[in-house]
Design a protein around this ligand. Structure first.
Ligand code: NI
Length: 177
């Protein structure tokens, strides 16, 4: 049984006892105080999404021209092609007992604007973003990894997952593994 459910059970038991004595009331109060501390707070996943438009070319400088064409097909077109990407960033942490929030969503929006939109929106990912220009192939997998590292700088260990939709059908999920 988790620590939280133990707390829930014990609080439930005490409240069902209809505590009448002062001692019992004090005990209940102290259990409720314990519940308010963040270590006992429920941990919740919070997700915010954003969308950006960008161009890219799938090309590996570790492969020959022929291999690049074979593997990446029309996505290897040197003049590039575009996508409307959708990004979901999920954080996982305790609900702050005072604010009721895991993270202030206004802050998360601001972080995603800095870490994702300013860097990727209306860019040619393969040319404009140093991480990819320096040899990382701009597949949806690598874009998810890139966004993970970008977001990590803002939300730290609370970051749980980055999901990138290159199209409705092509989706990459990264959890820092
Ligand atoms: Ni593409």
């Amino acid at each position: 049984m988790s620590r939280l459910s133990k707390h829930m059970d014990s609080v439930h038991e005490v409240s069902c006892d209809k505590a009448s004595s002062e001692e019992q009331e004090q005990e209940l109060q102290s259990k409720c105080e314990t519940m308010k501390t963040s270590s006992c707070s429920p941990r919740v996943y919070v997700t915010r999404t954003t969308t950006f438009s960008a161009a890219h070319v799938l090309h590996s400088n570790k492969l020959t021209e022929k291999e690049n064409k074979e593997i990446f097909g029309k996505c290897n077109n040197p003049n590039g092609h575009g996508h409307n990407y959708k990004v979901e960033v999920t954080v996982f942490d305790a609900v702050n007992p005072i604010t009721g929030m895991v993270i202030n969503l206004t802050d998360l929006k601001c972080y995603m604007d800095s870490a994702v939109m300013n860097v990727l929106d209306h860019k040619n990912i393969s040319l404009d973003v140093p991480y990819f220009r320096d040899g990382v192939v701009s597949t949806v997998e690598n874009i998810a990894v890139f966004i993970w590292h970008q977001m990590k700088a803002y939300v730290g260990d609370s970051l749980f997952e980055v999901k990138v939709y290159e199209t409705d059908k092509n989706i990459a999920t990264y959890r820092g593994e």
